[in-house]
Design a protein around this ligand. Sequence first.
Ligand code: NAD
Ligand code: IPM
Ligand code: MN
Length: 360
Amino acid sequence: KSHYRIASIPADGIGQEVIGAAIEVVNALAKTLQTFTIEFEHLPWGTSYYKGHGRYIPEGALDTLRSFDAGLFGSVGAPDVPDHISLWGLLLAIRGPLQLYANVRPVRTFPGTHSPLKTIDERGVDWMIIRENSEGEYAGQGGRSHLGQAWETATEVAIFTRIGIERIMRFAFETAQSRPAKRLTVVTKSNSMRNGMVLWDEVALEVSKDFPDVQWDKMLVDAMTVRMIAKPYSIDTIVGTNLHMDIISDMAAALAGSIGIAPSSNLDPTRKNPSLFEPVHGSAFDITGKGVANPIAAIWSAAEMLRWLRASEAADKLMASIERVCQSGTLTPDLGGNATTTDVVDAIINDIYQFYRLPD
Ligand code: NAD
Ligand code: IPM
Ligand code: MN
C-alpha cells in the first residue's frame, strides 16, 4: 500500500476554501478505498505570511517542497498587494525554479454541465491544453529605465530555448499520442514574432518526425481563438507558450462551462522534483468568504495528483464521483446551480461512501 506526503499550500482568497474542500474529499477517499494512505502538511505561505515576514516563502522553501511527494496549491493574490509581487513571490518562484516545465490543463464538460456555446452540442468537449511552464514570456527578464520620464522605457523579454521548446513539444506529442484522437495543434504567433516563435515551428517539425501516428497542425494564436469557438470538434490536444496557453486555458474553461472546474498539473516529467497541482482559477476576491466557490477545479487537481503518484484507480474513482454529483444537479452558482462549496463536498463524500465502501 502506497503512502503519500503532500505539501498543502492553500494561500489566498478562495484558495483556502477549495483546498480545504479537496483535502476533505481525498481523506475520505483514502479512508474508504484503503488502497493508499495520504498525509497533508500545511505550509502557511501566502499573503498573510508575507505581511508577517516580508516575503511569500521562507528561505529554503524549494528544499522543503523537495521533501514531499507532491504539492497541492490553492491561489495566491490579495487585493492589497500588487499582483506581480504576490505571484513572483510564491507561484512563479516555484514553477520555474523547480523546472515544472509542463503545465497540463484538461478541459471537459461533465454530464450535467453545459457549454455556453451553440457550436458545442450534447457531446460536450474534451480538450487537452499543454502549456510551456518554465520560460517564454514568463522568463522574468526585462527592466525599466528613465523612470517617470516621457521616454520611460520598459522591456519584457521572452526567452525561448531549443531545449525548453523541445522538451515541451515532445511531452505534447506524447500526450496527443496517448489520447484516442491522436491529434495535436501547435499554437504560435510566428508571423509577427520572428525569432522565438519561428524556432517553435522548426522544433515542432523536427519532433513530429518521431510521432508518425500523431496528426498535427499549426495555428496562429489569434486564429486559434476563432477555431475554438467556430469548430470546437476540430481540436484535441493543444501546445503553446506560457502566456498564450495562460489565456487560451481561461477561455477554454469558460467555453466548457466555468473556470470553477478547470484543473492544472505543473509537472516535472523527469520526476526529479515534486509536481504541483492547482486549480486554474485565482483568488476570486468577488466571492471569497461567501461559501460558494466551486471546489471541483481543486478536487479534480487532487485527482490528477493521485494519478501522477500512480494511484490511477483512486483517481478514476474520484472523477466518477465528481461526474455523478454534477449529473445529480448539485452545482455551484458558476455552473448555474445554487449549491454551496460544502454541499458539493458533502455530495462527493457521500457518493464515495455509497459507491466504494467495502462490505463490513
Ligand atoms: P480569478 O480566477 O480569481 O476570478 C475570475 C472570475 O472567475 C471571478 O468572477 C471569480 O469569482 C470566478 N471564479 C474563479 N474561480 C472560481 C470558482 N472556483 N468558483 C466560482 N467562480 C470562480 O481571476 P482574477 O480575478 O483575474 O484574479 C484574482 C486574483 O487571483 C489576482 O490577484 C490574480 O493575480 C490571482 N490569480 C492567481 C492565480 C494562481 O495563484 N494560480 C491564478 C489566477 C489569478
Ligand atoms: C495561472 C495564473 C498565473 C499564470 C498568474 C496568476 C501568474 O493566471 O496559473 O493561469 O499566469 O500562470
Ligand atoms: Mn491564468
